[in-house]
Design a binder for this molecule. Structure first.
Ligand code: FES
Length: 66
């Protein structure tokens, strides 16, 4: 039994100690209510709170490890 097309991959992926990957998201609303539009097929949203381009991940989380 094969999965339905929408179940073949996750729409939201939480990366260990890293961003949340959103597949197919068009608008992300931040904690201040500001809406950020993306046109990328997969968008990385910062979860560590240290990105300089929030709400997007800029890779800074990699510097915070150990
Ligand atoms: S999760 Fe990547 S910079 Fe915060």
């Amino acid at each position: 039994m094969s999965a339905r097309p929408s179940e073949e991959h996750a729409d939201i992926v939480l990366c260990p100690d890293g961003p949340m990957l959103l597949r197919g998201a068009a608008v992300v609303q931040d904690e201040d209510g500001v809406r950020h539009r993306t046109t990328r097929p997969v968008t990385a949203v910062c979860r560590c709170g240290h990105s300089a381009i929030k709400p997007w991940c800029d890779g800074t989380h990699k510097l915070l490890r150990d």
